[in-house]
Design a protein around this ligand. Sequence first.
Ligand code: IFG
Length: 562
Amino acid sequence: MRRPSVRNHFPRILCSLLLIGASAWASAPSAAPAARSTPADASATVLARVVPAPASVQAGGASYVIGSGTRIHVPGNSNEVRKIGDYLAAVLRPSTGYPVPVVADGGDRDGIVLKLGAAVSGAGSRTAAGAPGAGGGQVPRDTAVALGAEGYRLIVSGQSVTLGAEQAAGLFHGVQTLRQLLPAAVEKHSVQSGPWTVPGGTITDVPRYAYRGGMLDVSRHFFSVAQVERYIDQLALYKINQLHLHLSDDQGWRIAVDSWPRLAAYGGSTQVGGGPGGSYSKADYREIVRYAAGRYLTVVPEIDMPGHTNAALASYAELNCSGTAPPLYTGTQVGFSSLCVSKDVTYRFADEVLGELAALTPGPYLHIGGDEAHSTGHADYVTFMDKVQPIVTKYGKTVLAWHQLAGAHPVAGAVAQYWGTDGSEKEVADAAKAGLRLVLSPANRAYLDMKYTASTPLGLDWAGLVEVKDSYNWDPATFVKGAPASAVLGVEAPLWTETIVTSANIDYMAFPRLPGIAEIGWSPAATHQWDAYKVRLAAQGPRWTALGIGYYRSPQVPWPSD
Ligand code: IFG
């Protein structure tokens, strides 16, 4: 499933959620039924099945039917909005068989209208001051919701589907919702029978957290650019906005570094099990960044240090305290490697690697790992982190690291990725109280490489068996005991690949748990309820089948017959 790229020019700002009284599941308005509408209950059912759950949904009014005359209007014709229109058209054309042209004419009263910079307000909307709509191109801000960097409003009537947002990312996320309001067959690449009905109503939506990530470990097993881009398409379906790439580990170094060429050439030449491995050239990495940005995901590159470094140590003898390079490693043990904290060359290595990676990475984060440094003494670990964090900030980036950083001295503005299982780590809570921000990835909830059940053919089970309900039933705001809810930046679903080799393996482990993590990151806490969610999740099954995603049919979910 490949869509044209869309570039993201807009800086990201944290959106503020100013919902006033809008409940997550407002009942259908009491307005008189429209002349031609899908039975209200059918509309309400379709509108109520979106994943992640929107902040506010109001069913009612006439449905819109996509037909041979439907056009996608991009008033103002900004390059970025046109590309989102092209992306939507590329979904609709193959399955409906309709031309669905993208046009920049002023006729934005019918068809599908993508409006940027005009938070399309519902009836009776007013500016924040309460005066009727602001003039002069101001964003007529509805008093109910500030849509911010990623929010959108979707209004469906008999004549049009109007999608409005303050920034392009919001339009893109709104397009993902619109896709889910159409039959699953819309995702197929051959002409299907309609009707292509979008239920009448209004959805106003903003994310709960700014950081909603998916991590792919491309070190244990290497995945091609095309395979990474396929995963990006899947992450984008659920409004995930960060792609964390675990680029280095004991088993493989996966990114070219001009100043240390053996890292990729030799350190990337194998993988778990002894296969050929592989690595990304700088051009490959730039392509991944471009493709991700076109789907409003920011790439977060990780160079794991000081542990998980056998591939680097095997590539350069000088990086080892002993001066001798170990052999390449193709097993699955952890904790046996360490950079040499006492050597100056270690910090030239870190500086040059992170400097080249920073230059390739438009996003704000560089992830420096820091987990399982079992062969690095605690004092040495603190020394290492004291020396390497300033390198990240020197290159204008924000430090992201696994939560063990909390045991060292996190620099101001640093973010720790929590991967524990019970939230009991006092040093993490204490650091959070002192300003360390958190991304929540509890291993027994968010690790997509955990087996579902004992009979799951792929994955590991060191954090326990994680069925779909386990993966959904938790709250990032309270998981780390004693950490202020305000410290939480968001959530991320890591997929470690010791046992994951193909895209089909990724599909099976990511689906159906990934959408649940995405919902935890996007939706209001008030919508978080397993018995309602499992019904919405079930409706995603036919969509995954239409998209060619081979998912685990958990017995916990009432899947429809595809
Ligand atoms: N822990 C290791 C990973 C990986 C994982 C597999 C972290 C932060 C177990 N570190 O998770 O490298 O081996 O589930």
